[in-house]
Ligand binder design. Structure first.
Ligand SMILES: Cc1cc2nc3c(=O)[nH]c(=O)nc-3n(C[C@H](O)[C@H](O)[C@H](O)COP(=O)(O)OP(=O)(O)OC[C@H]3O[C@@H](n4cnc5c(N)ncnc54)[C@H](O)[C@@H]3O)c2cc1C
Length: 442
């Protein structure tokens, strides 16, 4: 296609004119793409890495949180697309048995199977995937619509002119580029990053006998002994589906003065990557020297990217508040829901607040940026207060948010609506009419 982009100063070809263009192929971007494609819309999915999965795969976050209830007998309560993807992973032997996390459960998964499953689903749904393609900038017209997106592929820069855009970048890259309002954590303080690493050749029977609280106590003692430098004491380790492999969520990355590197700044990210790998090596040394189950183990991998829990959040038509999560608030406009605890990683430690025998709702309006015309967000950059996001950002809920955002593009197209006119009830009804399962449907 040799259409001219039509924006002064940018002499690039227009390569695609899809119904929907999605930026970011993490859990929210993949689910958005599948939902939009199921409504017979053409979909282009832009991803800077060479694979889907985002933080789950590139960051090795490695477990599906948010599927189960919280209480004495946790049950799976979140279904819809999250359950569909869980079942696909299960069929490929890509998940381990659910593991206890406080009073709920999480499901460890294999990163390679996640990538494969996403590729298969996207191809099956005729989505155009553009890996190794970087979103640079969005342009708006007089009506405030996003008219075009400038991206950089390996062949150079080109433009996409979509009818609708979903910002599933985690960092609200699209909204930020059109000067939409965003905010950072709690007055600029975000959650701490973690470099997750994988240990292989672990003695699994011995590992499974470890009491997690005991392991955290040993980390604290080793740090206090002066023989190890282990800044985080409350650690998580999960068995992976592959025999002998364990996922280690143990590191905590801050500068020496305690300030927290930002995931939207290259200098900070570079520091976090290098510090994260250094810490991973030190925690692995502790494990192999002090914990018998790891005596013959070795580091098999660190994340392709350091795990960034929080960057920009949008200011939405609605906002998920800390109290909404803490008190299990229900909302008629919910498009997904969660019993995952507030799991707040800060420089002083981890605060965990469980929702015993309860859950809270996530309204669709948290995905609608203020004054939005033909665009929505999905996933981690939703509109949420700091502690609320420390719960809502996990994989099962990102799947639910993305799926409803993809569906909502179909609703806007067919009913000639703009994003700010949408509400959760309308989206839920539309999804039902078009056989797109909500998070509470098996
Ligand atoms: C350390 C850590 C541990 C975690 N542990 C768990 C856990 O155990 N279980 C769980 O369920 N959740 C966990 N989470 C949370 C969860 O992984 C993420 O919040 C969730 O995956 C976010 O999904 P998303 O789709 O919103 O964003 P992401 O997964 O961040 O996806 C965004 C995608 O957009 C792409 N992108 C960004 N900018 C651009 C651009 N300019 N151009 C092109 N592509 C771009 C990125 O490469 C990425 O693939 C953890 C997170 C972290 C950081």
């Amino acid at each position: 296609m040799s259409l001219k982009f039509g924006v002064k100063g940018y002499d690039v070809p227009v390569r695609y004119q899809p119904d929907v263009c999605i930026i970011g192929a993490g859990a929210s971007g993949v689910s958005a793409a599948v939902a939009a494609a199921r409504l017979k819309m053409s979909v282009v999915l832009i991803e800077k890495y060479g694979f889907s999965g985002g933080a789950t795969v590139a960051g090795l976050s490695g477990t599906i949180c948010g599927l189960y209830s919280s209480g004495k007998k946790p049950q799976q309560i979140v279904f819809g697309f999250a359950d569909e993807f869980y079942k696909i992973l299960k069929a490929k032997k890509g998940v381990a048995e659910p593991v206890k996390f406080g009073s709920t459960l999480l499901v460890p998964h294999d990163a390679l199977k996640w990538k494969e499953s996403a590729d298969d689903l996207l191809i099956e749904h005729n989505c155009t995937i553009l890996y190794h393609t970087y979103f640079l900038k969005a342009f708006t017209d007089e009506a405030g619509r996003i008219s075009s997106l400038l991206v950089k592929g390996q062949e150079g820069q080109f433009a996409i002119k979509p009818k609708f855009v979903i910002d599933a970048s985690g960092d609200a890259e699209v909204i930020n580029s059109i000067s939409g309002t965003t905010f950072l954590g709690n007055n600029g303080v975000v959650q701490t990053p973690t470099m997750i690493f994988k240990m292989a050749n672990v003695n699994m029977p011995d590992f499974l006998a470890i009491d997690p609280a005991d392991l955290s106590r040993k980390v604290a003692e080793a740090d206090a002994s002066g023989n190890y430098n282990l800044p985080r004491h409350h650690v998580y380790v999960f068995p992976l589906p592959n025999t002998g492999e364990v996922l280690c969520n143990m590191t905590r990355i801050t500068y020496k003065d305690g300030s927290i590197p930002l995931g939207i700044n290259s200098t900070d990210l570079t520091f976090a990557e290098i510090e994260g790998r250094k810490q991973s090596k030190e925690y692995a040394r502790f494990l192999t020297e002090q914990i018998p189950a790891f005596s013959k183990a070795y580091i098999a991998d660190t994340g392709v990217q350091v795990g960034i829990r929080q960057t920009r959040s949008i200011v939405g038509k609605d906002k998920l508040m800390n109290d909404d999560v803490a008190t299990g608030k229900k909302n008629k406009n919910a498009i997904t829901f969660s019993a995952w605890p507030i799991e707040l990683h800060s420089k002083s430690g981890i605060k965990i607040h469980h929702l015993e025998d309860d859950f809270y709702d996530i309204p669709f309006e948290t995905l609608i940026p203020q004054k939005a015309v033909n665009y929505l967000v999905a996933g981690r950059c939703m509109s949420a207060e700091h502690e609320a996001l420390a719960s809502a950002r996990v994989t099962a809920q990102c799947f639910g948010m993305g799926y409803s955002a993809g569906a909502a593009c179909g609703l806007m197209l067919h009913e000639n609506l703009i994003a700010s006119q949408l509400n959760g009830m309308m989206v839920k009804t539309w999804m039902k009419q078009h056989n797109l399962k909500s998070s509470n449907e098996k």
